[in-house]
Design a protein around this ligand. Structure first.
Ligand SMILES: [Cu+2]
Length: 470
């Protein structure tokens, strides 16, 4: 039985333990409480409740980091740490990131803001953060060894500078970069203009995301960090189709999309149904005279492109990387092309040796989209996704711009599939085939063919015999 005396002694010991813990908690209290995110969903824009007002961005499958104002300084707290990120429903990856997710949260500030960022390192190795594209004091640029000592595990560093020019920037480690970026450590930084800017139009919707890539073997969860070019998972903000949320807008909206590339290859990002202008890079807004309409913009490694367009065509418009291998999920790519090869006979023979042998690709690879192939655990199909007309047969860097006339201003929710007006969907022709129209004149434009010579030339091969003796 516990005596009253020993109970109080115990309680005293407990109080002592609590107050010892409280000391470090007091020290921690000086820092802004780190805000964590447990879900990979697209969070609604964070409307600023302190500091200068601005029109916030929406981070695709991401979020904006809340801040606190401390005597006029915007204070943020980033925690570098191992995270579990859902790349798509059915596949979780063991990555490194910030505040519970990869990529880290978007940081949004206004031109002229003094910003202080606390960076706590909960990784098993040292790190640092480089603020890609920013004008700042050299010692805040974040290259470990060059501009600052690295942040050792368990330590917190402070970065402080004024956000001098408006634009879209990125942040990522500049310490053991190969590992830390292959593991998913990166984030976006938006500096909004403080007043009306001659080169930055006001828009109704402002989306942003990073291009990133991983090399994770089917069935595994941790990226291979030694991979230089042959990545197998192509992501937007550490998500791949069908896990990437759609971009939902109202018809007539002025839309901005900011895309940064932190992979090891370029990505031609392509939008259907609309033309856009490249209105900014990570070097700032582009001059008006430098802009021309495009439907694809190639984003090279370490670049950011900001595109603006008017969403004036209703529908579900594909939006994707134009490298077709980047709209696929993981599989071995060392598969020979089998189109047109009838390998029934050889398959029979192989099946005797390998009972599970499966013939792949005789009619193209579209079968892969439908086939219920047994997959290893924690793996998503190479090509998948179900649309209103059947399989979409996509993966990787693919999403949809949904333009609707009845989407409410400020509503980012998915309106469902587009309901096509009658007679506006491509359809199967089932009637008789009409006579094809003939060209009025056939040929005549190209160079006249040479008359074939009567004699066919024969090549005579004479083996060298050492000496031609006559
Ligand atoms: Cu690509």
């Amino acid at each position: 039985m516990v005596s009253r005396r020993s109970f109080f002694q115990g309680a005293g010991a407990l109080t002592a333990a609590v107050s010892a813990a409280a000391v470090s908690r007091v020290a921690m209290a000086a820092l802004p409480e780190p805000v964590m995110q447990s879900k990979p969903d697209t969070m609604p824009p964070l409307v600023p409740n302190s500091g200068r007002p601005y029109n916030p961005v929406v981070t695709l499958n991401g979020w904006t980091l809340p801040w606190r104002m401390n005597q006029g300084v915007k204070e943020f707290h980033l925690v570098a740490e191992p995270v579990v990120r859902e790349l798509a429903p059915g596949m979780n990856a063991h990555l490194w990131g910030y505040n519970g997710q990869s990529p880290g949260p978007t940081i949004e500030v206004v031109e002229g803001d003094r910003v202080r960022i606390f960076v706590t390192n909960k990784l098993p190795e040292h790190t640092s953060i480089h603020w890609h594209g920013q004008r700042l004091p050299n010692g805040m640029d974040g290259v470990a060894g060059l501009n600052q000592p690295s942040i050792k595990p368990g330590k917190t560093f402070v970065y402080e500078f004024v956000a001098r020019r408006p634009g879209t920037f990125m942040y990522h480690p500049h310490a053991d970069e190969m590992t830390q970026m292959a593991m998913g450590m990166m984030g976006l930084w938006i500096t909004h203009p403080k007043a009306k800017h001659p080169l930055i139009d006001e828009v109704d919707r402002d989306f942003c995301f990073l291009l990133n890539a991983f090399d994770i073997d089917p069935g595994a969860a941790t990226p291979k960090i030694m991979t230089m070019l042959d990545f197998n998972l192509w992501c937007w903000n550490s998500r791949m189709f069908p896990g990437i949320d759609t971009l939902n807008v109202r018809k007539g909206d002025k839309v901005r999309i900011r895309v940064g590339n932190l992979t090891m290859t370029n990505h031609p990002i392509h939008l259907h149904g609309h033309e856009f202008m490249v209105t900014g890079t990570d070097g700032g807004p582009t001059s008006k005279t430098s802009r021309w309409p495009e439907v694809t913009t190639d984003i090279a490694v370490g670049q950011m492109r900001q595109v603006d367009f008017l969403a004036d065509e209703e529908g579900d418009w594909a939006f994707h990387c134009h490298k077709s291998h980047h709209t696929m999920n993981a599989m071995g790519h060392d598969v020979p092309t089998m189109i047109g090869i009838d390998h029934r006979q050889i398959a029979k023979q192989i099946t005797k040796l390998v009972p599970d042998y499966m013939v792949m690709g005789e009619r193209g690879m579209a079968d892969m989209g439908e086939m219920e192939m047994p997959l290893p655990d924690n793996t998503v199909p190479m090509m998948t996704g179900k649309g209103p007309f059947g399989g979409v047969e996509m993966g990787g860097m693919f999403s949809i711009l949904k333009v609707r006339k009845d989407q409410k201003p400020g509503d980012y929710s998915d309106p469902g599939w587009y309901k096509h007006p009658k007679g506006e969907v491509a359809f199967e022709w089932t009637g008789a085939l009409p006579e094809p129209a003939r060209f009025a004149a056939e040929g005549g434009q190209s160079m006249p063919r040479q008359q074939p010579s009567a004699k066919t030339t024969e090549v005579t091969v004479r083996k060298p015999t050492g000496h031609s003796g006559h």
